[in-house]
Design a protein around this ligand. Structure first.
Ligand code: ZN
Length: 418
């Protein structure tokens, strides 16, 4: 190890150069109950050993809105959305009156931890489920034969050395391209991770799944347990290959339906605002929205609202607070301060709904026909607690300080025993 490699600084944080490969796993939608119940059911033998003897089992906070993009980007930059700028899956560009997907790398305001380590000579490997995240995660990395590796299981049949730093992924992994709505989409990531650890042995690896299973299956159910059993098997292999693993989640997941009827509990916020302010005067943005909505109907527990000039914001806040199922109503400043968000990427109001309730726009804009099971989703404060489990003992952490999922690389590189 050369002296210049001993500590890597990025986004105001220092990371120790790893003695062993470090693998951070983001288990999409992994409410802590999933792992706890799978251990209790006896289907995660490796994880049981890690939490009981070998490693460190912690509960930390994710970023609110508890959505996929802001949290994945927080984890790979080590800072909250106020710094990196990705505050949702989606935002409203008020100046140009258009809704913009937050998948474009130019929206990212900071480098990633991977970029800083690659500049210092580290080998980086990133595998994610959906291609929508890949370009953000791989932003500014050099690819090619000796560069970083970054691909999605969704587009694993379309990789190239130039774009992804690897070719023939399907041959390497020995699996077909999985369907975007399947458990295999996530299994492919871990199968690839094990093969990459055996062949390339990257210094840093990031594996990020999709929450298709968690949207469908509650903790402890057969569907959930078999998914967690699958992951356990691959994590055991990565551990056996000498990697240090840090496992966290981008957000939790809760039932968002009436238990008796199975019907989703939805606040149609655009309809409420049309009633209060006149039709079309306010604009509701749901940052969960993305092209893959079949499993959640674009319904989560978080919304931001753009208001016309001259609205009495304090008065409106109290009116919105009256709506049953609403948990919090903040103005832009209050919400961005509390949740560490970028004020220019959020509306005039920020609303969070309660544990069993989601926020929609208007009934006609949500296609619920794809919901073949009662709605489970995320987005609010009630999905903020997530696991951070490290395969090794951890020492020296300041336990008085609230840890976040975006401390995963810090904990794995600086505090885990290697
Ligand atoms: Zn997610």
């Amino acid at each position: 190890m050369s002296p210049d490699k001993s500590v890597i600084s990025v986004n105001g944080r220092d990371y120790r150069w790893p003695d062993k490969p470090v693998v951070v796993v983001c288990i999409d939608g992994s409410e802590p109950d999933y792992i706890e119940q799978a251990i209790a059911a006896g289907v995660m033998p490796w994880m049981k050993k890690v939490v009981e003897e070998q490693g460190t089992d912690m509960r930390v906070h994710c970023v609110v809105p508890s959505f996929t993009n802001p949290n994945n980007i927080s984890i790979v930059t080590g800072v909250p959305p106020a710094v990196h700028g990705i505050c949702g899956n989606f935002y409203y560009d008020k100046a140009n009156d258009r809704e913009v997907m937050m998948n474009e790398p130019h929206l990212l305001r900071t480098p990633t931890i991977f970029k800083a380590f690659q500049d210092a000579g580290a080998k980086i490997a990133i595998v994610t489920a959906k291609d929508k995240l890949r370009r953000l995660l791989g932003n500014e990395l050099e690819f090619g034969a000796d560069g970083a590796i970054c691909f999605s299981s969704e587009k694993s049949d379309q990789v190239s050395l130039d774009e992804n730093g690897i070719d023939n992924v399907l041959d390497l992994v020995g699996m077909e391209v999985p369907s975007v709505y399947s458990a295999e989409l996530s299994e492919f990531i871990f199968a690839a991770g094990v093969k990459l650890m055996e062949t390339v042995r990257p210094d840093l690896m990031y594996l990020s799944t999709t929450d298709y299973i968690q949207h469908k299956f509650a903790p402890g159910s057969d569907g959930a347990n078999s998914f967690y059993a699958m992951m356990d098997k691959y994590w055991a292999q990565l551990d056996a290959l000498g990697a240090v693993l840090a496992l966290t989640a981008d957000h939790g997941m809760n039932a968002k339906h009436d238990v008796a009827t199975g019907e989703p509990n939805i606040i149609y916020l655009q309809d409420e605002l049309d009633r209060l302010l006149g039709a079309g005067n306010a604009r509701v943005i749901l940052p969960i929205t993305d092209p893959y909505v079949v499993h959640h109907g674009a319904l989560g527990s978080y919304a931001t609202v753009y208001l016309p000039e001259g609205v009495d914001i304090e008065g409106l806040k109290s009116q919105l607070h009256e709506i049953p199922g609403i948990d919090l109503v903040y103005d832009n400043r209050e919400g961005c301060e509390r949740f560490e968000l970028a004020p220019d990427r959020m509306g005039d109001l920020i609303l969070v709904s309660k544990r069993d309730t989601v926020i929609g726009t208007t009934a006609s804009r949500h296609d619920l026909s794809g919901l073949d099971v009662p709605l489970r989703s995320h987005g609010g404060l009630t999905e903020q607690v997530v696991p951070l489990i490290v395969s090794q003992p951890v020492s020296g952490l300041d336990r008085g300080h609230q840890l976040h999922n975006y401390d995963a690389f810090d904990v794995a590189l600086n505090y885990a025993r290697h």
